[in-house]
Design a protein around this ligand. Sequence first.
Ligand SMILES: Nc1ncnc2c1ncn2[C@@H]1O[C@H](COP(=O)(O)OP(=O)(O)OP(=O)(O)O)[C@@H](O)[C@H]1O
Ligand SMILES: [Mg+2]
Length: 274
Amino acid sequence: MASNDAPLFKVEDLHVSVEDTEILKGVDLVVNHGEVHALMGPNGSGKSTLANSIMGHPRYKVTKGKVLFNGTNILSLTPDKRAQLGLFLAFQYPVGIPGVVMGNFMRAAMKARRGEDVPVREFRKLLDETLDLLKMDPSFVRRYVNEGFSGGEKKRAEVLQMAMLKPEMAVLDETDSGLDIDALKIVAEGINALRGPDLGVLVITHYQRILDHITPDKVHILFDGRIVKTGGPELVHELEERGYDWITNVEGTDASDAGAEAVGAGVGAGKEKA
Ligand SMILES: Nc1ncnc2c1ncn2[C@@H]1O[C@H](COP(=O)(O)OP(=O)(O)OP(=O)(O)O)[C@@H](O)[C@H]1O
Ligand SMILES: [Mg+2]
């Protein structure tokens, strides 16, 4: 951890384009050590774009702004360097890696993160403990990464990796999607078990249910590439009741035209194009 007083994680006026279309139009966000923030917003508002840009996906072009991790701008770093520093992204759609066994994959990832080999016994112990915590079958680690995993298994595999890699800042992109009620509780418990003064978490979600288990310190609403509202956990309940309309119609966002389509796809929203 850096010795300065910089926040753990800071996104500053971030603008991101995909294939010449500007998706993020000036995002600002600060997550301090020990905090859990939730990021919500309608389909297509740019949540995954933000997650992928934070991790350095080459398809997402940062045209302006900064992403500071412990005070250092990480935008020029490759994704593996970002991971080494302690950033972690759980993907919305984890991809399969045929031929690569989960256990070997995780050992290699841990080695990369630490910059040195992880002794087999230590690895085994941590793996067993984590599988236990997440109530995952040990046979899991002998399978190819995400190959033939059910939707819920893929999400659990992401949390397993997070638990093993012990990041300082984790971005979880809809890790709750596709989980049944029991799995959701287990995954939430897993995340809560990792929660601590050194870890920051950004949970991207559409649903209140995971946030009932992982109470966020702050909740942000992303709409049409901008954070248009920030509040406490009560904001989640308000959204469940009222949808996004009341937020996306205010505060000088040009929500009423550019993003009407996106709003229509969001939670409980049904706004007509003006
Ligand atoms: N790789 C890409 N190629 C083309 N367009 C993209 C790409 N990634 C994102 N976009 C576009 O950027 C916009 C924001 O997408 P993004 O996936 O960030 O939304 P989201 O908020 O995560 O939505 P959801 O809630 O459905 O996951 C969408 O219009 C999407 O089509
Ligand atoms: Mg997404």
